[in-house]
Design a protein around this ligand. Structure first.
Ligand code: AMP
Length: 144
């Protein structure tokens, strides 16, 4: 591996993070109706789920919500208000720390469109998207 490749792979991910203040999210206890509104308005297919202490609990997507209200013959929209984010979210999502290296982000981006980043106390600080990872890899190869 040449030196420049090493530099790329050993880069810290800090500069690539989209800060929490710019990330659409929902919280535990929010209704599925609220979550669907956030997803539709933000136009993202999935967003992080946080608790009241701003710690990452999982993610929720439009597909998860729609699947959970699928009846035998129709989508039962009336269920949206009486059901909650924690009933359908995926809790099994990867996390990274701000101090992790680029190589780990690159590996996780194979299977995840974005990865949540937390600080040393487990508090959500933002996300790293596959888009920003690919953009950096593209810049690297263009310079070669
Ligand atoms: P992108 O690579 O920009 O298409 O983003 C990939 C995925 O990351 C999106 O489908 C969303 O699930 C998530 N995402 C990106 N930006 C945001 C944001 N500002 N707020 C919430 N989720 C986001």
């Amino acid at each position: 591996m040449n030196n420049e490749t090493n530099v790329l792979l050993q880069n810290k991910i800090k500069e690539l993070i989209i800060p929490a203040s710019k990330v659409a999210h929902v919280q535990l206890g929010n209704s599925l109706e609220h979550a669907l509104l956030v997803l539709i308005k933000s136009r993202y297919s999935a967003v992080p789920v946080l608790d009241s202490a701003y710690k990452i609990q999982g993610q929720i997507s439009k597909t998860m919500i729609l699947e959970s209200i699928l009846g035998l013959e129709r989508i039962e929209y009336e269920q949206l208000d009486g059901r909650f984010v924690e009933e359908v979210m995926d809790s099994n999502i990867p996390h990274m720390s701000e101090d992790d290296y680029f190589l780990k982000a690159l590996e996780l981006s194979i299977n995840h469109p974005y990865v949540c980043i937390e600080d040393a106390n487990g508090v959500f600080v933002g996300i790293l998207t596959r888009r920003s990872i690919l953009a950096l890899v593209y810049q690297y190869f263009r310079k070669q």
